[in-house]
Write a protein that binds this ligand. Structure first.
Ligand code: HDD
Length: 712
């Protein structure tokens, strides 16, 4: 997190977070009337008739045929038959939460947007995180981009920041989006693979479209397998504009930075989780909010004065480029806290409808051709997904500001407009509703009057033609272990590509132009001839290294919300468990006690300890670290328990911190492991310090080469 953020006014940020369950703005009450609570209510039909028997269809006699007359059964089955709507064409798998946004201070110099003026105001938000490729039921931990869509319910209308957890995109022009999506989606003949890009059509497309090189590098990096939704950065991707009350416009890029730091799973762990807990990310988000560990992000912008539009070695309008943070630092604007889970997945998370075109006065678009196309697509897609043009009336989509206009009628209209005139101008309804001139505050929306003087052409600007410099910048900015992961990911994915000419093209025409060493390593893993140097001339860039891109530099510095498994069998040292729990709780971390079965374990001094789950029930992939307390009998039992031994080997292999207390040290010999910076042994609570420090490092990266030899 940026430590230089302005001190927040005490009255705004102190206080109520842990008690406040989300209704941070009384305006949200206007949505609350749509929530339905059936407590102490009679079961009724949709027409309000009380139901006497919900168990039996109306029949001609107890053993006779069912009667068509049974309006209760028919209403119920008819509704059921239509209980699915088309899933999103992309980003179908997702999960959502409510919360609020609060500015740190007034940002009137930058923008007149109301929600960025008052540090005392909390603006309600609804956020939906998603994967892109897989269908609604696909796994959470697949290698993919994550959607990061935020709906701000501002007093001036809804503002949707529909971004991703990566700051660039695969293509530069929206007209290529259907081609890209058709290529990445499961293959048309057998609908394989579900939730992954490791297949021919994806690599065929990206190897033919060099503008994808930078984004593909991000998706082959650890960013594509986030540890949790709470530990992802978010990006608006495109360049937008902010406009202040004087009409002064500046270009901005939006960034979300998680308070919990940015970190990822390791690949083997991500794959196993996809089977062991398909809902890993949505469960983590849900549980964090339920336990009061409210996920938090800082919203910031990179600000570029209009006169500097052409000051960069890339085009600001090109969505395949970042502005390195070292070149333009992020100005923090405020924080977002997610503090309430939805009551109903379908009504809220499934029906929420985002659109990059939902903006408010003080924010405007740039001419990024990808953004421009998105402005059309989202509303269009909601019409078929949500059944008509009135999707804005669904409670989760309704603005908290009033809306009045001549757009009445159409399917599922719920507002009952009283006026006689659904046109403007009118004199019948005294001219209402009327336009509001674009005054400084609270005025009508006015598009920034950018001057355009151009020919109508289908052409890509020459300034969009450098496809490799920033892919190279990304690769060179990674730590050693992150680079190794990228090489492994390209090798894994291309290894699944059946057509050799696609593998060769990706290596020779894309990777060799990014970094020859990268290309050679991947070629070697694929058994391809050693690639020659790339043919595209290397461009000079102002920066060859951006530390802000490496997750090695983005940890939170604490162990809050980290999850530690405690492995125990009968005869365990109960005092060691108590001491660890107390110490971890003080750090804001969590523990689960796991036994050989779900039955309680008995401590060395004879107490029965209930366990949270069996070791099989909560596998090591669900935790950040493992603690094995001493106790001679417990360690003897665990040493002969294949599940327990596998648990530790797997945690070791996934580079997690492991602490072996007292007699547990014997497990080193059983498992043939050696102590390292994250495999710690000790007889008293002093070992906690080193253990917690290792958890704070997220993973024990220096163990990685050694861990490769360990079976798990
Ligand atoms: Fe998109 C959904 C993000 C390019 C067309 N997109 C969708 C969602 C996210 C993004 C987060 C899910 C929203 C939700 O949770 O409901 N999309 C992006 C980003 C892009 C991008 C960051 C590039 C910078 N998208 C993009 C293009 C097009 C679309 C170029 C079409 C021209 N996207 C859609 C869509 C979706 C969508 C088809 C599917 C479901 C939906 O909109 O509501 O309209």
């Amino acid at each position: 997190m940026n430590t230089k953020k302005p001190a927040a006014p005490k009255s705004a940020l102190a206080g109520t977070d842990t008690l406040d369950r989300g209704n941070t703005n009384t305006k949200l009450d206007s949505l609350e009337k749509f929530r339905s609570d059936a407590t102490e209510q009679a079961l009724r039909t949709n027409q309000g008739v009380k139901v006497a028997d919900n168990q039996n269809t109306l029949k001609a006699g107890a053993r006779g045929p069912s009667l068509l007359e049974d309006f209760i059964m028919r209403e119920k089955i008819t509704h059921f038959d239509h209980e699915r709507i088309p899933e999103r064409i992309v980003h179908a798998r997702g999960t959502g939460a409510h919360g609020y946004f609060q500015a740190y201070e007034t940002h009137s110099v930058l923008t007149k947007a109301g929600f960025l003026q008052d540090p005392h105001q909390k603006t309600p938000v609804f956020v939906r995180f998603s994967t892109v490729q897989g269908p609604r039921g696909s796994g959470d931990t697949v290698r993919d981009v994550r959607g990061f869509a935020v709906k701000f319910f501002t007093d001036e209308g809804n503002f949707d920041l529909v971004g991703n957890n990566m700051p660039v995109f695969f293509i530069q022009d929206a007209i290529k989006f259907p081609d890209f999506v058709h290529a990445v989606k499961p293959e048309p003949h057998n609908e394989i693979p579900t939730g992954g890009s490791a297949h021919d059509t994806f690599w065929d497309f990206v190897s033919l479209v060099p503008e994808s090189a930078h984004m593909v590098m991000w998706t082959m990096s650890d960013r594509a397998i986030p540890k949790s939704l709470r530990t992802m950065q978010g990006f608006g991707v495109h360049t937008f504009r902010m406009i202040n009350a004087e009409g002064k416009a500046r270009f901005v890029k939006f960034h979300w930075r998680p308070a919990a730091g940015t970190c990822s799973l390791v690949w083997d762990e991500a794959q196993k989780l996809a089977g062991k807990d398909t809902d890993f990310h949505r469960r983590d988000l849900w549980e964090s909010i339920e336990t009061g560990d409210y996920p938090e992000w800082e919203l910031g912008v990179q600000v570029i004065e209009e006169e500097n539009e052409h000051a960069f070695d890339f085009d600001l309008l090109d969505p395949t480029k970042i502005i390195p943070e070292e070149v333009v630092p992020i100005t923090p604007l405020g924080k977002m806290v997610l503090n309430r889970n939805p009551d109903n997945f379908f009504a809220e998370t499934e029906q929420v409808a985002f659109c990059p075109g939902h903006i408010v006065p003080g924010i405007d678009f740039s001419n990024d051709p990808l953004l421009q196309g998105r402005l059309f697509s989202y509303t269009d897609t909601q019409i078929s997904r949500l059944g008509g043009p009135n999707f804005h009336e669904i409670p989760i989509n309704r603005p908290v500001s009033p809306f009045h206009n001549g757009q009445r009628d159409a399917q599922h209209r719920t507002t009952i407009d009283k006026g006689r005139a659904s046109y403007e101008p009118n004199s019948i309804d005294s001219g209402w509703p009327k336009e509001t001139p674009p005054a400084a505050q609270d005025g009508g929306f006015e598009t920034y009057p950018e001057r355009i003087d151009a020919a109508k052409i289908r052409q890509r600007s020459e300034s969009f033609s450098d496809h490799f410099s920033q892919a190279r910048l990304f690769f060179h900015s990674m730590s050693k272990h992150e680079q190794e992961h990228i090489i492994a990911a390209y090798s894994f994915e291309l290894g699944k590509v059946e057509r050799e000419f696609i593998r060769v093209r990706q290596v020779n025409e894309i990777l060799a132009n990014i970094d020859l060493e990268l290309a050679k390593r991947v070629a070697q893993n694929l058994g391809l001839p050693v690639p020659m140097a790339g043919t595209v001339e290397v461009r000079k860039t102002s920066l060859d290294h951006s530390p802000a891109l490496s997750q090695a530099n983005l940890l939170s510095g604490d162990i809050k919300t980290r999850k530690v498994a405690i492995l125990a069998a009968n005869g365990v040292d109960g005092a060691a468990i108590d001491a660890l729990k107390k110490a971890l709780m003080a750090e804001g971390a969590h523990t689960k006690l796991l036994g050989p079965t779900s039955a309680p374990v008995t401590t060395a001094d004879g107490k029965a300890l209930p366990v949270d789950a069996s070791m099989e029930g909560l596998p090591s992939v669900a935790f950040d670290a493992v603690f094995v307390p001493g106790g001679a009998a417990s360690i003897k039992a665990l040493s002969a328990d294949g599940v327990a031994l596998h648990y530790l080997l797997e945690a070791y292999k996934h580079l997690k911190a492991i602490a072996l207390h007292g007699e547990a040290k014997q497990l080193l010999d059983v498992l043939k492991l050696e102590v390292d910076a994250g495999l710690i042994v000790g007889t008293d609570t002093k070992l906690f310090k080193a253990f917690f420090a290792a958890i704070g490092q997220h993973r024990v990266w220096e163990r990685e080469p050694k861990a490769k030899a360990v079976p798990a």
